[in-house]
Design a protein around this ligand. Structure first.
Ligand SMILES: [Zn+2]
Ligand SMILES: [Zn+2]
Length: 85
Protein backbone atom coordinates (compact mmCIF):
# COMPACT_ATOMS: atom_id res chain seq x y z
CA UNK A 1 0.00 0.00 0.00
CA UNK A 2 1.55 3.32 -1.01
CA UNK A 3 1.34 6.61 0.86
CA UNK A 4 -1.31 8.07 -1.41
CA UNK A 5 -3.66 5.15 -0.87
CA UNK A 6 -3.13 5.28 2.88
CA UNK A 7 -4.25 8.92 2.88
CA UNK A 8 -7.37 8.09 0.87
CA UNK A 9 -8.11 5.31 3.31
CA UNK A 10 -7.70 7.62 6.28
CA UNK A 11 -10.10 10.10 4.70
CA UNK A 12 -12.54 7.27 4.10
CA UNK A 13 -12.40 6.29 7.79
CA UNK A 14 -13.82 9.73 8.60
CA UNK A 15 -16.63 9.53 6.08
CA UNK A 16 -20.27 9.38 7.12
CA UNK A 17 -20.67 6.02 5.39
CA UNK A 18 -17.85 4.44 7.36
CA UNK A 19 -19.02 5.92 10.67
CA UNK A 20 -22.52 4.55 10.01
CA UNK A 21 -21.23 1.11 9.01
CA UNK A 22 -19.02 1.00 12.06
CA UNK A 23 -21.91 1.70 14.43
CA UNK A 24 -24.11 -0.78 12.61
CA UNK A 25 -21.46 -3.52 12.77
CA UNK A 26 -20.92 -2.95 16.47
CA UNK A 27 -24.66 -3.18 17.01
CA UNK A 28 -25.02 -6.34 14.89
CA UNK A 29 -22.12 -8.06 16.67
CA UNK A 30 -23.62 -7.00 20.02
CA UNK A 31 -20.51 -5.12 21.19
CA UNK A 32 -18.47 -8.35 21.23
CA UNK A 33 -15.34 -9.49 19.48
CA UNK A 34 -16.41 -12.02 16.87
CA UNK A 35 -13.23 -14.07 17.35
CA UNK A 36 -12.96 -14.44 21.13
CA UNK A 37 -16.26 -13.05 22.43
CA UNK A 38 -14.71 -10.37 24.62
CA UNK A 39 -17.20 -7.59 25.16
CA UNK A 40 -16.02 -4.05 24.61
CA UNK A 41 -16.90 -1.50 27.23
CA UNK A 42 -16.60 1.41 24.84
CA UNK A 43 -16.48 1.87 21.10
CA UNK A 44 -12.73 2.46 21.13
CA UNK A 45 -12.17 -1.10 22.44
CA UNK A 46 -13.90 -2.51 19.41
CA UNK A 47 -12.32 -2.49 16.00
CA UNK A 48 -14.32 -2.78 12.82
CA UNK A 49 -12.55 -5.30 10.62
CA UNK A 50 -13.02 -5.89 6.89
CA UNK A 51 -13.72 -9.57 6.26
CA UNK A 52 -13.19 -8.77 2.62
CA UNK A 53 -12.66 -5.69 0.48
CA UNK A 54 -15.01 -6.70 -2.34
CA UNK A 55 -17.36 -3.83 -1.57
CA UNK A 56 -14.79 -1.37 -0.28
CA UNK A 57 -16.34 2.09 -0.04
CA UNK A 58 -19.88 0.66 -0.02
CA UNK A 59 -19.57 -2.15 2.49
CA UNK A 60 -22.47 -4.30 3.48
CA UNK A 61 -23.00 -5.67 6.98
CA UNK A 62 -21.55 -9.05 5.97
CA UNK A 63 -18.28 -7.50 4.78
CA UNK A 64 -17.43 -6.28 8.28
CA UNK A 65 -17.09 -7.71 11.75
CA UNK A 66 -16.11 -6.56 15.20
CA UNK A 67 -12.81 -7.65 16.72
CA UNK A 68 -11.13 -6.63 19.97
CA UNK A 69 -7.77 -4.90 19.64
CA UNK A 70 -5.69 -8.04 20.23
CA UNK A 71 -7.67 -10.31 17.88
CA UNK A 72 -7.54 -7.56 15.29
CA UNK A 73 -3.76 -7.42 15.46
CA UNK A 74 -3.41 -11.20 15.20
CA UNK A 75 -5.86 -11.34 12.32
CA UNK A 76 -3.75 -8.88 10.36
CA UNK A 77 -0.48 -10.49 11.34
CA UNK A 78 -1.87 -13.76 10.04
CA UNK A 79 -2.79 -12.16 6.75
CA UNK A 80 0.27 -9.87 6.62
CA UNK A 81 -2.00 -6.91 6.10
CA UNK A 82 -0.80 -4.90 9.05
CA UNK A 83 -1.41 -1.57 7.33
CA UNK A 84 -5.06 -2.23 6.52
CA UNK A 85 -7.77 -1.97 9.10
ZN1 LIG B 1 -11.03 -10.82 20.51
ZN1 LIG C 1 -8.97 -5.42 10.20
Amino acid sequence: MNAEKTTDYEIYLHSDHWQRMKKRTIFLDKYKCRACGTAGTCVSDLHTHHINYDNFGKEKAEDLCILCASCHVSEHEAKELVNIL
